[in-house]
Ligand binder design. Structure first.
Ligand SMILES: [Zn+2]
Length: 172
């Protein structure tokens, strides 16, 4: 059964939610919020915070979406030279990291929620973000792994692929 493979935190929820469905049959007074049918999780996020510096950056760029225009910019040699030269000390940024959009951020943040799978920023805050960290660590429970996969699939759909070292190319 698929339920057997779910993490316990989800399996418990499903069992209790099914019990609520069974209990409410013929009884309209049964509430799904009754503790016997739900699990309080004050330690787990059902909300998310968005980085203000990232929102400010996106605002200054006029809220780009992952489009041919943005990709074309991220493929330009002069852009890449400048983008890499402006990397903060210790940053391992690659050209493909320049295509991060609000959509990338939202996908990342939503994976942290209960509904999105409770993913973490792993292995640690220094090594969880961006192309290099994601492709080196290969951690499916890292939030940015999902954001990178989402971006890579969108790129593929637009007709591009990304080299191991993070350069975008056209699929010819
Ligand atoms: Zn995160």
């Amino acid at each position: 059964m698929a339920g057997d493979k779910l993490p316990k935190r989800f399996a418990d929820s499903i069992v209790r939610h099914k019990a609520w469905h069974a209990a409410k049959a013929g009884n309209n007074d049964v509430s799904p919020a009754d503790p016997q049918f739900s699990i309080a999780r004050p330690q787990v996020a059902c909300q998310t915070d968005l980085s203000t510096w990232f929102l400010d950056q996106q605002h200054r760029k006029h809220w780009p979406t992952l489009s041919h225009g943005l990709v074309g910019t991220a493929m330009r040699e002069d852009f890449i030279d400048q983008y890499l030269s402006e990397a903060p000390p210790g940053s391992r940024r690659r050209p493909v990291d320049a295509i991060q959009t609000l959509g990338w951020l939202l996908l990342h943040e939503l994976t942290h929620t209960v509904q999105g799978g409770c993913l973490k920023d792993i292995p640690d805050k220094q090594n969880c973000y961006g192309w290099t960290c994601v492709t080196e660590n290969k951690l499916p429970d890292n939030a940015d792994t999902i954001a990178v996969i989402g971006a890579a699939l969108k790129l593929w759909r637009l007709g591009y692929w990304v080299t191991d070292d993070g350069y975008i190319n056209s699929i010819d």
